[in-house]
Design a protein around this ligand. Structure first.
Ligand SMILES: *Cc1c(COP(=O)(O)O)cnc(C)c1O
Length: 480
């Protein structure tokens, strides 16, 4: 039989789309009763269950969807579960999911303005709104990337462009070595960007932190002074607002002062913590970020936006464009400089219509609605911190400025090595229970548990259940 051409017939698409929308609504409604982490799953299990020759003949969508429900869903770690507390807890909110669905149906690609005028202009408008909600001045020009890792890479490419004006033509060959500074608690994406930009890992220097894991500006100054004396060019400083291990907030105002004395670009990594600037009572933590050259904020982390959506704000968009603009004949358009051509702001040519979901979210929740949800998460995290602080045998390992609690089980009579072992085993046992999902980090050489509160549906009940399961599993491990 000759295969039929064209797409799914419209009536079939309509029926399936309704079915899928129904499935999604039920999933979101009933996810609370599901396991967070798969049950007794070994690497390779999912793949084996779905293996077989590649499909030669067309299959029914109903059958494919049945396999999705039967084999794929049970093999997922459910990030949208209100008891997901691992990595940084995130949410695909209703408005965000609707925006993502529509973006897929439209499938526009705003590489240049005429590639999709409304997609380009909605991105500009939405990011202006977000900038204003965050209390940042109008000089910051925003673009959306897939992840903070990409946003930071682009920001540091702009920093490299400023520090080495000839880099676009000559590369770094024969140039004095450059260096990027971030705290010992900075995210690995900063060092990765330094590697990708051709500075080598020697181009990265980790700066000491204080007792609360915040960058020490005096240590930064000494490091920069030492490097300059050795003929190294300080290219950029990357303070973090909300570090990954403890959500520490570096003193950005003082870091900016130091960086400015050495003409270094300042890129603020607020991938996680940025949305907390929506809360007037937390604004003081952000003091000085308005003087940064660039800032990354991830709506897909703490702004209820489905992955992926990372925003890069830049005070000198022309430097970013100089780092990335290269326009071949087939991409030239008569609008020229009168419009924003998003392809000029990074490596990627094509780009998904990511602003649609963010526009929906900003409108559907408003600043007050978003702030109230973030505030609630911070309250919940502080509750847990209080529970831990009064529980014998447990230790909180860092302050809780935002929505993350870092702690460990440290029963009396155990030594450090036993505690590391216990906490590693505890994380495994807690996740295997299916009731919650948490992960580890290391602080001062000790294994500790990170519990991140950030899902839009998380309540105090989820948190108290998680705390109960952790204590029960800990007792079993210790006594068993
Ligand atoms: C999560 C995180 C990143 C990396 O984010 P991606 O969008 O996954 O690349 C970078 N920096 C900080 C501080 C983070 O919390």
């Amino acid at each position: 039989m000759e295969p039929t051409l064209g797409d799914l017939p419209p009536e079939e698409f309509r029926r399936l789309a309704r079915e899928v929308a129904d499935w999604m609504a039920t999933y979101l409604e009933e996810i609370d009763g599901q396991r967070v982490y798969p049950d007794a799953l070994e690497p390779g299990d999912v793949r084996r269950a779905l293996a077989g020759p590649p499909p030669e003949e067309p299959e029914e969508m109903d059958e494919i969807l049945a396999d999705f429900r039967r084999e794929v869903v049970p093999g997922l770690t459910h990030w949208n579960h209100p008891a997901f507390f691992g990595f940084f807890a995130i949410s695909a909110s209703g408005p965000g999911i609707l925006g993502e669905m529509l973006a897929a149906a439209l499938n526009v690609n705003a590489l240049v303005w005429r590639g999709s005028p409304a997609a380009t202009e909605l991105e500009e408008l939405t990011l202006d709104w977000l900038r204003s909600m965050l209390g940042l001045p109008e000089v910051f020009d925003g673009t959306i990337n897939d992840t903070a890792s990409t946003s930071t890479l682009y920001a540091l490419a702009a920093a490299r462009e400023r520090a080495y004006p000839e880099v676009g033509r000559q590369g770094l060959f024969g140039q004095p070595p450059g260096r990027v500074y971030a705290s010992e608690q900075a995210h690995s994406s900063v060092e990765k960007a330094v590697m990708a930009l051709g500075l080598g890992r020697n181009g990265y220097r980790a700066v000491a932190t204080d007792d609360d894991f915040r960058m020490d500006p005096e240590a930064l100054r000494q490091a920069m002074e030492e490097d300059v004396a050795a003929g190294i060019r300080p290219m950029a400083v990357v303070p973090t607002l909300g570090t990954t291990s403890t959500t520490a907030l570096d003193p950005v105002d003082r870091v900016v002062e130091v960086a400015c004395a050495y003409d270094a670009w300042v890129h603020v990594d607020a991938a996680y913590g940025g949305p907390a600037a929506l809360l007037p009572e937390l604004r003081s933590h952000f003091q000085g970020w308005e003087r940064a050259d660039s800032i990354v904020v991830n709506p897909h982390k703490w702004l209820f936006t489905p992955v992926d959506c990372s925003v890069l704000y830049c005070q000198e968009p022309e430097t970013l464009v100089r780092a990335f603009s290269l326009v071949p004949a087939y991409l030239r358009t008569p609008e020229g400089d009168r419009v924003k051509n998003l392809m000029d702001y990074g490596v990627a040519l094509g780009r998904r219509f990511r602003s649609l979901k963010l526009w929906f979210i900003l409108r559907a929740f408003g600043r007050t609605g978003l702030a109230a949800r973030i505030r609630h998460h911070i309250h919940l995290a502080r509750h847990l911190a209080e529970w831990i602080d009064v529980e014998p045998g447990w230790e909180r390992m860092a302050p809780v400025p935002l929505g993350l609690v870092v702690f460990r089980y440290a029963p009396e009579g155990t030594d450090e090595a036993e505690r590391d072992e216990l906490n590693r085993a505890l994380i495994e046992a807690a996740n295997a229970s299916g009731e919650l999902f948490v992960g580890p980090t290391e602080l001062g050489g000790h294994v500790v548990i990170r519990l991140s509160v950030g899902n839009i549906k998380t309540t105090e009940e989820h948190l108290s259940r998680a705390w109960r399961v952790l204590r029960e599993e800990a007792a079993k491990l210790f006594e068993g």
